[in-house]
Write a protein that binds this ligand. Structure first.
Ligand SMILES: Cc1cc2nc3c(=O)[nH]c(=O)nc-3n(C[C@H](O)[C@H](O)[C@H](O)COP(=O)(O)O)c2cc1C
Length: 213
């Protein structure tokens, strides 16, 4: 078996230059995201979301991007989950996308806000029925005594809504929008001399800098 320290990959697919990158990082995200979809990056909309708890201890987990709208990145979750409690404590969050197939990483930091109930409802109504029921069934991040709790909750709920066409949006479930103030695009290059371009928002304008790899 290969030793961990022997694992290495040379990055050589693309380059990133100040001249070719968009002046607007959200537009640049959109360009890269479309390319990720074109080459079938596995779950290109999955990203690591980092929050901090009341002891300033960071906490990371993967969630799915569901929209890029109104100047921000939208994801959905349980409003009683650990991450929701942490975002209530501190609205400063960090997001990180890794697209191996393109040798790219995007890091975003910003401030998170809940989306409106109408926006959550619109998305919730577009989800498969089983996922809608799943939002009701799981007390996300709570300790549960066994898997049976979830499976039994699901069985009960399927029965409860058997003759009801529309599953209502739970009060404890909805979206968040991250309004970015910093976005960094990273393109892998040979010899670990990667390209990094970071946008920082200053007085409503995006400032672009190249960072050393
Ligand atoms: C690929 C992937 C996608 C996920 N998408 C979501 C999501 O969109 N929303 C969500 O609440 N949890 C999602 N999860 C589960 C979270 O990683 C996490 O387990 C859950 O949200 C509880 O996190 P918390 O206890 O920090 O609140 C996803 C996990 C993976 C691996």
């Amino acid at each position: 078996m290969q030793h961990i320290s022997d694992l290495r990959k040379a990055y050589q697919k693309f380059q990133l230059s100040e001249n070719s990158i968009s002046a607007d990082p959200l537009q640049q995200f959109d360009i890269w995201f479309k390319q990720a979809l074109e080459v079938n990056v596995s779950e290109a909309n999955a990203f690591v979301l980092s929050t901090v708890n009341t002891f300033n201890k960071p906490n990371s987990r993967v969630v799915l991007l569901k929209a890029l709208a109104q100047g921000g990145f939208v994801f959905y979750t349980n409003y009683k989950s650990t991450k929701a409690k942490e975002m209530a404590h501190s609205p400063y969050v960090s997001m990180c996308f890794l697209w191996h197939e393109l040798e790219r990483q995007i890091r975003i930091s910003g401030i998170v806000n809940r989306v409106t109930r109408e926006e959550s409802e619109l998305y919730f109504n577009s989800r498969p029925r089983e996922s809608q029921l799943g939002a009701w069934v799981s007390p996300q991040s709570d300790i549960i005594s066994s898997r049976d709790i979830i499976d039994n909750n699901m069985t009960e709920l399927v029965l409860k809504y058997k003759n009801i066409e529309k599953i209502p949006l739970p009060d404890h479930w909805g979206g968040y929008r991250v309004i970015p103030d910093e976005i960094e695009f990273w393109q892998g290059r040979p010899n670990r001399l990667h390209d990094r371009i970071r946008y920082t928002k200053i007085n409503q304008e995006w400032k672009k800098d190249r960072l050393a790899p």
